[in-house]
Design a protein around this ligand. Structure first.
Ligand SMILES: Cc1cc2nc3c(=O)[nH]c(=O)nc-3n(C[C@H](O)[C@H](O)[C@H](O)COP(=O)(O)O)c2cc1C
Length: 366
């Protein structure tokens, strides 16, 4: 069944969808997801077509049960509208956001472009979202069937510099810290014009000192930039070692276009922002490995960037990732990709004589 769905998506649906503006299609998919999640029958129907589960894929991480290691990455569902359907699509967890203290309309349109030959997207949304108050109201009475990660960021407002910026993060955190299973602090949005994509160590230390005082009762992860140097990582780890941080999402959109394999003919002068998908894969893999080598399991690592197949996901796991997130792969391959990856990971574990994912984490790192 899943091979038929894959064939239909790639040969019938995708060619039609890709004729339209990417942002409108993104919005349409979120709305369809929200509607499908609203009824028992549509949830069951979706599950029948897409879901795959197996005990070899299950893990308990940070005290939280994950049915499988594949999660929806932050930025697909910015406003928390699709949490009722994602478990049936087959995700083992999902991340919503980035959510900011104040609502934001984001950057001017167009702000997302497809690069089909490069299997990538150029993203310049600029943290558009409904703001923490409205999103809180939307999700606070919901029951989640898979672990929910809530990604927060600083409001896209160029007056929020220095301590004002830190306070903006903290105010957002305060308002959402009791919801979801894990809070992700996005310290790496590449698409806010007045910001650098990587938060310096001093600012991070100030921010985390304030976050510690919030005494959140759940794990906190940092979403980091994709082009950190080994020195940046050392500085960051020196800070996180002093605070209550459980791990990292590695990594955000690639900002250094010159360092990644994008097919140059696809780049148009109007495109700006960060790149997702295949060209971002290697940067993410290098960073996962680097952080794992330096920390050897002290921190949880969620690998993000260019995962399209089970082999891509398994490579990240062998380099040190405990969990994986996807967005761009799903857009190019179709939603059945989630089940396909899980099915494939089980095969790869068996091939390597392993009983579960935990046994594979970091095995590719010398
Ligand atoms: C359309 C889109 C919007 C995104 N928005 C956010 C965001 O708001 N916050 C965030 O932390 N990451 C955001 N990202 C980055 C993704 O979470 C992910 O780190 C990156 O796309 C690499 O994964 P992928 O290659 O599987 O897409 C976004 C990515 C895409 C494609």
């Amino acid at each position: 069944m899943h091979t038929i769905i894959k064939f239909l998506y790639k040969n019938l649906l995708r060619p039609i969808l890709f004729k339209f503006d990417p942002e409108s299609i993104h919005r349409l998919f979120v709305e369809v997801g929200s509607v499908l999640g609203s009824f028992n029958i549509t949830r069951k129907f979706t599950r029948r077509f897409f879901y795959y589960g197996d005990s070899m894929l299950e893990q308990k991480i940070l005290g939280i049960e994950f049915k499988n290691p594949i999660g929806l990455g932050g930025g697909y569902d910015k406003n928390g509208e699709t949490s009722s359907i994602m478990p049936d699509v087959g995700f083992g967890f999902m991340e919503i956001g980035s959510i900011t203290n104040n609502p934001s309309k984001g950057n001017a349109r167009p702000r997302i472009w497809r690069l089909p030959q490069s299997k990538a997207l150029v993203v310049h949304y600029g943290l558009m979202n409904d703001g923490v108050k409205k999103i809180r109201t939307r999700i606070e009475n919901k029951k989640f069937r898979i672990p929910l990660l809530i990604n927060i960021a600083k409001t896209n407002d160029k007056t929020l510099t220095g301590d004002k910026g830190i306070n903006d993060y903290v105010e957002c955190f305060e308002q959402i810290k009791d919801l979801g299973d894990i809070i992700v602090i996005n310290i790496s949005c590449p698409n806010v014009s007045h910001e650098t994509a990587h938060m310096d160590a001093k600012t991070l230390d100030k921010l985390l000192t304030k976050i510690d005082k919030e005494k959140a009762e759940k794990p906190i992860l940092l979403k980091i930039a994709s082009d950190l140097t080994p020195h940046d990582i050392d500085e960051m780890l020196a800070v996180t070692n002093k605070h209550k941080i459980s791990g990292f999402i590695v990594a955000n959109l690639a900002k250094s276009w010159e360092r990644i394999p994008v097919i140059k003919d696809e780049i148009k002068p109007e495109m700006k922002g960060g790149i997702s998908g295949k060209p971002a894969e290697n940067l993410s893999n290098i960073l996962i490995q680097e952080i794992y080598k330096k920390t050897r399991g002290k921190y949880i690592i969620i690998g993000s960037g260019g995962v399209f197949t089970a082999e891509d996901a398994y490579l990240k796991i062998k380099l040190g990732a405990n969990l994986i997130e996807v967005i761009t792969g799903m857009i190019y391959e179709g939603p059945q990709m989630v089940g396909d990856i899980n099915r494939g990971i089980k095969k790869l574990l068996k091939r390597d004589g392993l009983k579960n994912i935990k046994q594979a984490v970091g095995t590719g790192v010398k």
